[in-house]
Design a protein around this ligand. Structure first.
Ligand code: DOR
Length: 439
């Protein structure tokens, strides 16, 4: 039998489950946290981390990423993406089905799980994608956090946009349905109206607020009708947030991305097509309404929608450019910088980026620093600021919409299952995450 892996983190500023901060020690044994106390006397030999001056948070769970493997590995793969996660303090992720082949069958899901077990440095889970005719797979696939439906912004089989087709999915079974809520009919119509315009700024007008609102209304209607567990992915507009504020069933959750909180359509002027994503960036007013909804608990948590494309792909002319931007390396620092600017508290960031995600998806033993919880942790430095630098990024696409932003709260050390996977710029590529389970 191999000896237990013991880690002792000394004198960190620990964010406790109740949101309070305590200077203290955390002891982990194998994959679990075993003790949290002001001072732990340790007799057995352990790897010690001196965390004085650093803040210890539960590892980030990013519940919406596109890691491109299999089939689109020129943009990203599970190894490069999970290295980027480790650097960003992301210890678990939930990945989307628009890979090649699409993740629409148990076989494709098993293939992803197998690939991830071989090369993923952090913990992983994979959505099953809905098509118009894979209901048996949607009902039975395991393990998965839920069913992903693209109501718009997608071509081919993964687009499920008719109310009848949607209703047949909502009506059967009980597992979580996560929707990309944009109305494809409206997008198609607007695309014709704005044809021949190659300025990427038109993207936010084609896929406008109303396109998002129409789809969110429909998803909510179907969810109400069948009392079906619904999650609204990357909510982008003030209108949707206000709709939820007034009528949010207890079985509905919603998320927002850092970019929909922190960037708006003015970004097209500075970074052009790098700011193009779906749903698109909106207005400063939308930013503020989304922030307020997040603070008020109308929006439950944060996801990055990490969706890398190469710079060559992004250098084409709109509308031939692909939508999406990377995010796992910058999300935690962006949100902690917002906390330092008093837009929110550190405890809220921990809730939105870890605890609330674990609760919503029923991921056991994650999201808190307490005995019995998994030893997925991140030590961050809230004392220094450092800019986002392209040359330091580990995502295969090697760019960020936040390049040049001066941020604090960068991960110093990331721990997955009690093992140090990232420390001061170095990734330990020997570490492997585990498949997440869902209650
Ligand atoms: O901008 C986006 N890009 N939004 C999505 O929903 C899909 C993603 C991608 O896969 O590139």
């Amino acid at each position: 039998m191999s000896s237990p892996q013991i880690l002792l983190i000394r004198q960190a500023r620990i964010v406790l489950p109740n949101g309070e901060l305590m200077i203290g020690d955390v002891l982990t044994r194998d994959r679990q946290i075993v003790e949290v106390a002001p001072e732990i006397s340790q007799t057995v030999v352990a790897t010690e981390i001196d965390a004085q001056g650093l803040t210890l948070l539960p590892g980030v769970i990013d519940p919406q990423v596109h890691f491109r493997e299999p089939g689109l590995e020129h943009k990203e793969d599970l190894f490069t993406a999970s290295c980027a996660c480790a650097k960003g303090g992301v210890t678990s992720f939930l990945e989307m089905p628009n890979t090649r082949p699409l993740t629409t069958t148990q076989q494709a899901l098993d293939d992803k799980l197998e690939r991830a077990s071989n090369k993923c440095l952090v913990n992983y889970g994979f959505f099953i994608g809905a098509t118009a005719d894979n209901l048996p797979d949607l009902l039975l696939a395991q393990p998965t956090p839920g069913i992903k439906i693209f109501m718009g912004s997608m071509h081919g089989q993964l687009l499920v946009d008719g109310e009848t087709a949607l209703e047949s999915i909502f009506a059967k079974g009980s597992r979580l349905i996560a929707v990309h809520a944009e109305d494809q009919a409206r997008i198609n119509q607007r695309r014709q109206e704005f044809a021949n315009i190659h300025d990427v700024a038109v993207h936010s007008q084609i896929q406008d607020n109303q396109a998002a609102m129409l789809a969110t209304q429909l998803a909510l209607k179907l969810s109400q009708k069948y009392q079906r567990r619904l999650h609204i992915l990357h909510m982008s507009t003030g209108e949707e947030a206000e709709l939820l504020r007034h009528d949010k069933p207890s079985w509905v959750t919603a998320e927002v991305t850092p970019q929909h909180l922190l960037l708006n359509a003015s970004a097209y002027e500075q970074i052009g097509t790098l700011a193009q994503m779906n749903p698109p960036l909106r207005s400063p007013h939308d930013n503020e309404v989304l922030w307020q909804a997040l603070r008020d608990g109308v929006i439950d948590f944060i996801a990055t929608d990490h969706a890398p494309h190469t710079l060559e792909e992004k250098a084409q002319e709109y509308p031939n450019t692909p939508s999406g931007m990377p995010g796992v390396e910058t999300s935690l620092a962006l949100m902690l910088t917002a906390a330092m600017q008093e837009k929110c508290t550190i405890a809220q960031v921990v809730n939105w980026m870890s605890k609330a995600v674990a609760v919503a998806y029923g991921i056991p033993n994650k999201g808190a620093i307490a005995p019995g919880y998994d030893a997925d942790l991140v030590l961050v430095d809230l004392n220094t600021y450092r800019p986002v630098r392209r040359e330091e990024l580990l995502t295969k696409c090697r760019w960020s919409p936040f390049e040049g932003w001066n941020l604090t709260g960068w991960a110093v050390t990331t721990i997955v299952g009690g093992e140090i996977v990232y420390h001061k710029g170095q990734v330990n590529t020997q570490v492997r995450g585990q498949a997440l389970t869902f209650l």
